[in-house]
Design a protein around this ligand. Sequence first.
Ligand code: PMT
Length: 260
Amino acid sequence: MWAPLRDDLRRGRGGGPGRMAEPGAIVDAVGRALGGGGALDGARVVVTAGPTREAVDAVRFVGNRSSGKMGYALARTSWLRGAEVTLITGPAAVAAPYGVKVRGVETALEMRDAVLAEVGEADVAIHAAAVADYRPVSPSADKIKRGVAEEELIVRMVANPDIATESARLMKAGSVSAGFALETADLVERAGEKLAAKGFDLIVANRAGEADAGFDTDTNRVTILGRDMPPRQLPLMSKFAVAGSIMDLIEDRLRQGGRG
Ligand code: PMT
């Protein structure tokens, strides 16, 4: 068997003499063997995906509707283009893409630690996770029982650190940082503000509350903004196709020397 393909399949899950690799793994390993040679070939890519869960008590948490599909599509596309990919993911509803290194986390603080440990060496960081902006100040070790409050139960929350902003400061010269903006209104304007505030080179704006885009859909409708680039509105596409368009722009930036 062709050596790069054989090595990729050996590195995969559930390998062993005589055991056939999963068909999806074979397709992706062939895709990677044929698809390298671009700016991502051999690059280190860190992708965040999925939701975070912030404990309220022993059994309840504050979370969101992220399935992980958008981030997983980006991780898969990066791997198919020859990158070494680390996927840092909250509890997601989809299977991990073949070939990528997966670090599972639950809370925003765990995701922050995992990301900050990786981004200093990364050529590309992509922040697709839906990170909770706040977490309960003192989660109860026991299950909160009905009756602790007559009418209202007030849970005090504290702000989580901004992972993207902290990691932008650690990224090396020549690298590229991309993020997402999930908005219900003023999509492009707010995304532009986040592009600057969070130190991204590119930001992908998408809407919450649409039936065929945003959370937990197989498709997405995005506008991509970049420094020195007019907003680029893409039509409704599969998340895998959206990931391809994002990675095309990231590859362009890598070729142009990334951030200074
Ligand atoms: O997972 P899916 O079901 O496929 O859905 C995909 C998605 C809608 C989750 C994805 O496309 C998306 O928009 N992800 C970002 C969601 C989000 O949290 O957006 P935001 O506008 O609140 O955050 C802006 C950026 O800052 C994001 O890159 C986010 O990862 C990052 N962030 C936010 C808060 C925080 N504490 N730390 C961060 O790094």
